[in-house]
Design a protein around this ligand. Structure first.
Ligand code: 5AD
Ligand code: SF4
Length: 430
């Protein structure tokens, strides 16, 4: 989501005459787009600001802070880092040129009716095989560890016609894969439900692959499961975060399901789907027995991959208010538990990758010699395929993070893309 927001801000600035520079040292403006999901992400902001402050004194570089930490800290951020010129929440991406001029703080949440989704400029995706497409924003859940509802606000869905139009404009410049994004994307309700949105997007001619992220298990509908079986463009990868394997922890997390319910839901998915998940270790009050239940659940659930984190207390959230009552898990214990979770999953991911050696996998090429399989695995290969090509690759070796192989042949040719449209400018004497 942040990556997509960065693109939208870059496009808004380009319309106002700015161009990107590869090095911050050459910049007239440094815009730091922040994440507040864990404290570590937040700390990164202040160390980055320390570095950019020097540029300001040396060459007058303007400094802006955007994203979820900006939203969370508002004016407080200017008090802590007074050399920052402006602070901009995620609801105001297209206001960035105005804030560069005026400075100040723009972090008010907009009412659902007022909110307009920024439109992607397809030109900035020309030559890319993949693109993110925003389907919805915000989250109406209240998971007790999570700051997102406070930084991204309530759920707002983008009208489906706008999404389909944007996908079509991206396909016209060569994009072959669209990832529909939203904090709780399967709760989409922009004139149709999420399953229907997938079918409408799949109807865009020339689009080869659809992915989506991220989903809450309670919003997984039967209609979405049918899409996995019936929509050939929908890739067999599903990121469905469980967060923990013990019911008592899930209850404290306010996740609204039990492990039995989660397991029932994933059992309904087609067998070939690569299922991935998020896990939090050291959630307040987590006992040895709850951790054991977590490991047991992970052992019997055949996750393709897992993103696991140590719990980080976040402002405003339900869990931080209960921290004393539930009891903080000492950091060393939380880290040890995380390592146990990670080593369990690493062994399994490595085995899954190694089991594919000798197989042929279909890869959408993103850069020369690099692309992704249908399951979203990273694949490096030797061969001459171009970005946007769909190729078969014979897998020759595998590591924890990628497959390596040889290109066998191009199954879908690179899109014919017209050369970039030159902007015409006329200078008229006053
Ligand atoms: N501490 C640790 N991990 C968190 N996540 C969200 N909030 C926290 C937190 N306070 C994790 C969840 C979520 C992923 C994006 O980040 O697992 O699914
Ligand atoms: Fe956060 Fe996801 Fe829960 Fe929403 S559903 S509160 S984004 S963890």
């Amino acid at each position: 989501m942040n990556e997509s927001d960065s693109h939208r801000m870059g496009e808004a600035l380009a319309r106002a005459g700015w161009e990107p520079t590869p090095a911050a040292e050459q910049a007239d403006l440094v815009l730091v787009n922040t994440c507040a999901i864990r404290e570590k992400a937040e700390d990164k902001l202040y160390s980055a600001l320390g570095r950019y402050r020097l540029l300001k004194t040396q060459r007058g570089t303007k400094i802006g802070v955007a994203g979820c930490v900006a939203q969370q800290e508002k004016e407080r951020l200017l008090r802590r880092a007074p050399f920052v010129d402006f602070v901009l929440g995620p609801d105001h991406l297209d206001k960035v040129p105005e804030l560069v001029r005026k400075g100040g703080v723009e972090t008010a949440f907009l009412e659902t009716e007022q909110y307009l989704f920024p439109q992607a400029d397809p030109e900035s995706s020309r030559g890319n095989a993949t693109a993110f497409v925003t389907a919805m924003k915000g989250c109406d859940n209240v998971c007790s560890f999570c700051v997102v509802p406070y930084t991204r606000g309530r759920e707002v869905s983008r009208p489906y016609a706008e999404i389909v139009r944007e996908v079509a404009s991206l396909v016209a410049v060569g994009v072959r894969e669209a990832t529909l994004i939203g904090q709780n994307v399967n709760a989409y309700a922009g004139g149709c439900d999420f399953a229907e949105l997938i079918r409408r997007v799949a109807a865009v001619p020339g689009l080869l692959r659809i992915r989506f992220t991220t989903s809450h298990p309670m919003d997984l509908s039967e209609a979405l499961v049918r899409c996995f079986r019936e929509v050939p463009q929908l890739m067999p990868h599903f990121h469905l975060p469980v967060q923990h394997g013990a019911d008592t922890v899930l209850q404290r997390m306010r996740r609204k399901y039990t492990i039995a319910e989660y397991e029932r839901r994933i059992a309904a998915l087609p067998a070939e789907i690569a299922l991935t998940s998020d896990i939090i270790c050291g959630f307040p009050g987590e006992t040895d027995d709850e951790h054991r239940q977590n490991l047991e659940f992970l052992r019997r659930t055949d996750y393709d991959n897992l993103f696991s984190f140590v719990y980080s207390p976040r402002p405003h959230t339900g869990a931080i208010l209960k921290l004393e009552e539930w009891g903080e898990v000492p950091r060393e214990i939380a880290i040890r538990r995380l390592e146990e979770v990670q080593s369990l999953q690493m062994a399994r991911t490595l085995k899954r990758h190694r089991d594919r050696v000798g197989d042929t996998v279909e890869v959408l090429v993103e850069e020369s010699g690099f692309g992704r399989s249908r399951e979203n695995w990273t694949v490096h290969f030797s061969g001459d395929a171009q970005p946007g090509d769909l190729v078969n690759v014979r897998v020759e070796s595998a590591s924890l993070v990628a497959l390596r192989g040889v290109q066998l042949g191009v199954t879908g040719s690179a899109p014919r893309v017209d050369p970039p449209r030159k902007r015409r400018l006329s200078v008229v004497p006053a």
